[in-house]
Design a protein around this ligand. Sequence first.
Ligand code: CA
Length: 240
Amino acid sequence: MRLLLVEDEQRLAETIARGLGLEGFVVVIASTGPDGLWRATEESFDVIVLDIMLPGMSGYQVLRALRARDVRTPVLMLTAKDGDHEEVDALDMGADDYLTKPFSFIVLIARLRALLRRNAPQQHPILSAGDLRLDPARRTVHRGDVELTLTPREFGLLEYLLRNKGTVLTKLEILRNVWDAHYDGPENVVEVYVGYLRRKIDTPFGCASIETRRGVGYLLADEDRPANRLGSRTTNLAPP
Ligand code: CA
């Protein structure tokens, strides 16, 4: 169970990390808002514990940016004061739960366990194409029996391709749906990430599920409907 702890108070962070480690969590600590956002976007976590008062960006800003980027990792926010206002804010902003400082470690563990249980429902059906399977609830990807490790961005890209399998998607559509609407980085980021994805989901297995449509975009082949391929083969093999 990987947990990202975004907390700038070093002693508190280390104490929490040590305790969570004993409970079986693998804890990564980020001590500023931007570092937390970067790690939450580029790495895979099962849950995020996010402080509100952070250097660089507030916990609220981090949370807003994460949800805008479609990172749906459950977030438990640590609110500094016990006012109804902050609690409502945390939940309104898309946090899944909150805990008011100071809190007991036992309560933190209980809340985290509840959050993880709640966020593994069967409401998100598994997406597949051939023997490639993506489970949005468990955040897992398999090629056959092999579990693949994707970063959240790679996962988001594959999820978007799978939801639209059999359809050619332009780079702009992919950018808008997988990156946030205000992304203004290099435009070839889609090509770069398609490359990363191919190296994980296709190349090692001798597959070519992501097709490039030159000048247009990309298409994830719908291997669940091999009718076209079988159809043409059948035609070829059919007696004259
Ligand atoms: Ca703080």
